[in-house]
Design a binder for this molecule. Structure first.
Ligand code: ADP
Length: 229
């Protein structure tokens, strides 16, 4: 669960990036976050990950009150969140399998668990045939699916996808959102930041539109994929 109560962020430069934002994303929700460049989308994501602190107001994420959260507890917060970035951020010298397993190795997960969990998550994103490939041997869409497997492997409560389709073929963008939707149907909350209006129109659902640091619109719309006829 993500809740913003009257949250404002003013950067040291004096820029007001968010103004008194109230927002609630319940467990199991899927929401698109849209808005033009400079609207405040990244600021919102950075607050959720506690990369920055609110100047005012309270941010609650997966049971953590971020205003009060001690620095040494930040890793525990971040373990409840899987993040997917526009630029994939895979480790080029590691295979698909190793890229995904690495996440569990750094948190000292048992080897037996890693051996069963990693292939399972790789198959969830449809890449079982590519487990031994290196990132450079994969298409952009496939690399993003590896990034998604990596975000999922630790079974997070929340997936944040920050422009996940920004660097991939538009036709493959739909597959990535389909995958995020199926992950969401299994119970994981998904927050996806995007510029791509076509995708949002196609899938519909909850759309949170940020404009100049304010929530301009937060509603559920029907998608064209579910239109009759
Ligand atoms: P978006 O992700 O929607 O493009 P951002 O959250 O990055 O928007 O930015 C919101 C506003 O805050 C913009 O005016 C931007 O220039 C400003 N901003 C973002 N990061 C910083 C920073 N570290 N220092 C000062 N201003 C910033």
């Amino acid at each position: 669960m993500v809740e913003f109560k009257n949250v404002s962020v003013t950067y040291s430069s004096g820029v007001d990036a968010l103004n008194h934002v109230n927002l609630k994303i319940n467990d199991g929700d899927f929401a698109f976050v849209v808005g033009s460049s400079g609207a405040g989308k990244s600021t919102l994501i950075k607050l959720i990950l506690k990369e920055i602190d609110a100047t005012d107001g309270d941010v609650m994420v997966n049971g953590f009150n971020l205003t009060k959260l001690r620095r040494r507890k930040i890793p525990a917060l971040r373990r409840t969140i899987g993040v997917v970035f526009q630029d994939f951020r895979l480790i080029p010298t590691m295979t698909v399998y190793e890229n995904v397993a690495f996440v569990l190795r750094v948190i000292d997960a048992p080897a037996k668990y890693i051996r069963s969990r990693v292939p399972y998550v790789i198959s969830l994103v449809g890449l079982q045939e590519k487990a031994k490939s290196y990132p450079t041997e994969l298409s952009g869409g496939e690399q993003q699916r590896v990034a998604l497997a990596r975000a999922l492997v630790n079974d997070p409560q929340l997936i944040i996808a920050d422009e996940p389709t920004g660097n991939i073929d538009p036709a493959l963008s739909y597959e990535i959102v389909d995958l995020l939707k199926s992950i969401n149907e299994c119970g994981t909350t998904v927050l996806m930041v995007t510029h791509e209006h076509d995708l949002v129109r196609y899938f519909g659902g909850r759309i949170i539109n940020i404009n100049k640091g304010n929530i301009a619109f937060d509603e559920v719309i029907g998608g064209s994929n579910t239109d009759e006829g």
